[in-house]
Ligand binder design. Structure first.
Ligand code: FE2
Ligand code: FE2
Length: 239
């Protein structure tokens, strides 16, 4: 079952809770002249997510597909989406487009330069590379400038069947999840490396108003503070 919630005007969170992992998988669909999907989801979730998306847009008109890094929950169903949406195209940075999508994707991706902005009608998206944050050489985020939304992938990952959007501080739940992961097979999920503080400061400097989180609640509130606090939590737990 997919929960559909509007977390900002015309920005929808399509979420599947997987009890076996005690984890939510959120996909974000933005309605605009050229609709954008952030996270395709896994191949096996595709029928569910497509059905939920079809309640919001004509899926044949999906134009852009964004994701952070090459991993099944991020872009596993990319070719399924390209199959149902003839004008759809992935957007990715140099490494993502050249190293992974040049082979994986059934159609060429649009390669974004660091800081490049593209528009979809009313909205503007800025590409911010974040190599190895949360993980993966190709990692990056999209910042939606119109409403101040960071599509932040695995950053702020926390377990549980959580509300779609919260104003509550997420860091307690994030810390508890990462600590638990560090003592089991999921250890080293988000490695702490020398560039992490600068990357999180760069995202904080964008002054986002909403954090669109893949695993757990999305957050509206003081996002700059949350990003700086995340640096502290990662340093404390992951280094
Ligand atoms: Fe990931
Ligand atoms: Fe993920």
């Amino acid at each position: 079952m997919v929960s559909v919630d509007e977390i900002a005007p015309d920005v929808f969170r399509l979420c599947v809770f997987v009890p076996e992992f005690n984890l939510q998988f959120a996909h974000f669909l933005v309605r605009d002249d050229e609709p954008l999907l952030y996270h395709t989801g896994m191949r096996r979730m595709f029928p569910l997510i497509r059905e939920a998306a079809a309640t919001l847009i004509d899926v044949k008109k999906l134009r852009w597909i964004g994701y952070s890094h090459f991993e099944v929950d991020e872009c596993g169903a990319l070719n399924d989406w390209l199959g149902v949406a003839p004008r759809a195209q992935a957007v990715a940075g140099f490494v993502g487009a050249m190293v992974n999508l040049s082979d994986f994707s059934d159609r060429p991706a649009r390669m974004l330069q660091p800081g490049e902005v593209f528009t979809t009608g009313k909205r503007r998206y800025r590409y911010v590379p974040t190599p190895h944050l949360p993980h993966g050489w190709d990692a990056g985020v999209l910042f939606e400038e119109t409403d101040g939304i960071v599509f932040c992938s695995d950053l702020f990952h926390h377990e549980g069947d959580n509300p779609a959007l919260t104003n509550d501080d997420l860091l307690g739940k994030v810390r508890a999840t990462l600590r638990a992961y560090q003592s089991g097979p999921l250890m080293n999920y988000i490695p702490y490396h020398t560039r992490v503080p600068a990357l999180l400061n760069e995202l904080a400097a964008l002054k986002p108003r909403t954090l669109a989180v893949m695993h757990g609640s999305s957050f509206r509130g003081d996002c700059a503070k949350a990003l700086i606090d995340l640096d502290g939590a990662l340093k404390e737990i992951m280094s």
